[in-house]
Design a protein around this ligand. Structure first.
Ligand code: CMP
Length: 139
């Protein structure tokens, strides 16, 4: 059953380029409620753990190095049909293919530095949210 929750990270490129405020604005204007929010930085070890599912992919090492290169913003968000609605809001993984008005089309530069992460399933949203937040950090 759907939990109506998703997990997101504003990635190091978008943070470094000053887009935290604009992206959170886009997210809340699209009707997502913030359940948990954290400004933090992943160590290479933690980034490797978070993206362990991609370990066999050729881009894994670059991904881990990029995701631990600077601070990020992690959040748990709530909206009806959250996974699908959020993936629509952020656009395609490759910003060159992201639809007009999506977060990646507006703020991302490349498939690696693609501004934002969104969970791809309810199960992963739960796992990813648990990676960053304890139960009493959710409101
Ligand atoms: P994200 O949704 O955070 O999860 C995995 C990330 O790997 C993805 O966003 C991209 O930023 C990055 N990535 C780099 N190259 C590729 C690729 N060829 N296919 C999919 N993801 C890629």
């Amino acid at each position: 059953m759907s939990t109506n929750r998703t997990f997101t990270m504003i990635k190091p490129d978008a943070v470094a380029n000053g887009h935290i405020g604009s992206i959170i604005n886009d997210i809340t204007h699209a009707g997502f409620k913030i359940i948990a929010l954290k400004y933090t930085k992943l160590s290479a070890e933690k980034a490797g753990e978070f993206y362990a599912i991609h370990k066999a992919r050729p881009f894994y090492h670059d991904l881990v190095s990029f995701m631990s290169s600077g601070p990020i913003v992690a959040a748990i968000l709530e909206k009806e049909n959250a996974i699908e609605e959020f993936r629509k809001l952020i656009g395609a993984t490759n910003p060159a293919e992201a639809a007009e008005g999506t977060i990646r089309q507006k703020y991302a530069k490349s498939i690696d530095a693609n501004a934002i992460h969104g969970s791809d399933s309810d199960e992963n949203a739960q796992i990813e949210g648990d990676f960053f937040f304890t139960a009493d950090e959710r409101f």
